[in-house]
Design a protein around this ligand. Structure first.
Ligand SMILES: [Zn+2]
Ligand SMILES: [Zn+2]
Length: 309
């Protein structure tokens, strides 16, 4: 399979000179099983350019099919969807998968294009659209690819996905906080709780269960893509934002025995030079600790070939 990064940023697009090498678009990763239709993970603004490239092929003639796995519906993971050209061509088929919510998924995504936010309603986009609601732990197939998922520790809850195909596995974990300090659910947290206070035993048990689910999902993966929005110091100031940092991602990668860990969902204020420095520093940490996985940092256009040639 081929994995290509079209958007690597968290929160909001940040085009500009300081972000031109890693890219300013928000979360979007394309997984392409050999000779098969694309499986897209998240629909941040990076999806727009992916859509344009797909239109040069079968999607331009209305003969394309794509699946989109949505981690959660925060803006930086869905904002590209109304700008995904294949949706506007009759004959294309787009399957959208996301976690089940109180409202049906189709209603959730339709609201995104309601007046006065967008001129074209989702219902007027001519491709065949099919919405699939997922529960935690669901397993299903997309063509030859086997998909599994588990929940993450993030406000309003996000899903992590694993795709097994062509003798390789890629795992996508964004967005998530570490599984140590706060148990996120649906509540909005105005201020951060004190990190030195002991947690109730039931919260510790739930966080442990969630972490074990993520480690099991990522077990032996060829590539683990992980939310490293923060540095460790930034995380300590804003633990209630629901994002992680490289130290935590490395601990998960080590526990899961992955072959490669890719830092992802870079904070909007992070410059290219800062991303370089973080990568260099943590490559040193990984080497010093004797970890066997390779450490990468995601940038727009990064393409990896995994599994059978
Ligand atoms: Zn995000
Ligand atoms: Zn989020």
């Amino acid at each position: 399979m081929k994995v290509r990064f079209w958007g690597v940023r968290g929160s909001i697009p940040v085009p500009g000179r300081a972000t031109s090498r890693y890219g300013g678009n928000t979360s979007c990763v394309e997984v392409r099983p050999r000779g098969a239709a694309p499986i897209i993970i998240d629909a941040g603004t990076g999806l727009r350019r992916l859509g344009k490239s797909l239109m040069e092929d079968a999607f331009g003639d209305g003969r394309g099919a794509a699946s989109v796995l949505i981690s959660h519906t925060h803006w930086d993971h869905v904002q590209g969807l109304p700008f995904f050209s294949p949706l506007y061509r009759a004959g294309n088929r787009i399957d959208i998968f996301a976690r089940q919510r109180d409202q049906h998924l189709e209603a959730v995504f339709s609201q995104q294009t309601d007046m006065p936010y967008f001129p074209v309603p989702l219902s007027a986009m001519k491709a065949d659209k099919c919405f699939h609601e997922l529960i935690e732990g669901a397993r299903f197939d997309i063509g030859r690819a086997q998909i599994s998922c588990t929940r993450l520790n993030h406000p309003w809850i996000a899903m992590a996905y694993r795709i097994d195909v062509d003798g390789a596995a890629v795992v996508y974990c964004a967005d998530t906080a570490p599984f140590t300090d706060i148990l996120f659910g649906r509540e909005f947290m105005v201020t951060p709780p004190a990190l030195d206070q002991p947690l109730p035993p039931d919260v510790i048990a739930e966080l442990d269960r969630m972490r074990a689910g993520v480690v099991a999902l990522a077990a032996g993966a060829d590539l683990l893509i992980y939310d490293t929005h923060f540095t460790l110091d930034e995380y300590r100031l804003r633990p209630h934002w629901g994002h992680s940092h490289p130290d935590d991602a490395i601990a998960i990668a080590r526990a899961a025995g992955v072959a490669r860990l890719c830092l992802f969902h870079h904070a909007p204020m992070r410059s290219d030079d800062e991303n370089d420095q973080i990568l260099a520093r943590y490559r040193g940490v990984v080497q010093a600790q004797g970890d066997r996985f390779e450490l990468l940092s995601a940038y727009e256009g990064l393409e990896l070939v995994l599994g059978d040639p």
